[in-house]
Design a protein around this ligand. Structure first.
Ligand code: VGL
Ligand code: ZN
Length: 190
């Protein structure tokens, strides 16, 4: 892999989206090959750490009766209930101790695919002096897509780490369409 044209520098942050047990194979809402993002992201984490650049991790952090669950007429099985093992970050993900953790979709009656929605992520990034985000995680066609959409809307540049995302693909091609949509919106596919 050659990332020489996308070397992290001052003003950059790594944003890791929802790499949680329930989204990995064997989890409640398993993303096919979702586990494959972990070693790729670990290499990016190491690069950002080496340069003292911020690492941010979002997590889906639902109350037990969240509106997105099928029991409440939503599209998804119960997943990522706050405080459960399924909501833990993947054990193989080597998050630095000082990772900024952003919990989202914490309100029972509100869905939030984007890490910016209902959180202080934008403010935290501005406080850190971040201008560009390197984004990877799960899932390409839901939380990654909506997080990237909001990041661009908030004025951040985005490098979407293609090797570090995987899609649900509920409809075949959803992941590829999401990649094209992010590129159309102004994300760079790295
Ligand atoms: C997600 C479906 C439901 C995601 C979260 O992180 O992409 N997808 N909740
Ligand atoms: Zn969810």
């Amino acid at each position: 892999m050659d990332h020489s044209d996308e070397a992290p520098r001052a003003g950059d942050a790594l944003l890791i989206v929802d790499v949680q047990n329930d989204f990995l194979p064997g989890g409640a809402l398993a993303v096919p090959r979702g586990d494959e993002v972990v070693p790729v992201l670990n290499r990016w984490i190491a690069r950002f750490r080496e340069q003292g650049l911020p690492v941010i991790a979002t997590r889906d952090w639902h109350p037990s009766g969240h509106c997105s669950f099928q029991s409440r007429g939503g599209p998804w099985p119960v997943h990522c209930v706050a405080g459960t093992a399924g909501a833990d970050f993947a054990p193989g993900l080597e998050l630095p101790k000082d990772t900024v953790v952003i919990s989202k979709a914490t309100e029972p009656d509100r869905e939030a695919y984007s890490g910016f929605q209902g959180t202080d992520l934008a403010r935290r990034l501005r406080t850190l002096g971040v201008r560009r985000l390197f984004v990877g995680g799960l899932a390409t066609d839901y939380c990654v897509l909506e997080t990237v959409r909001d990041a661009l809307r908030e004025g951040f540049d985005v490098v979407l780490l293609r090797d570090a995302v995987r899609a649900v693909d509920a409809h075949p091609g959803d992941g590829d369409r999401a990649l094209r949509e992010m590129e159309r919106l102004g994300a760079r596919l790295g």
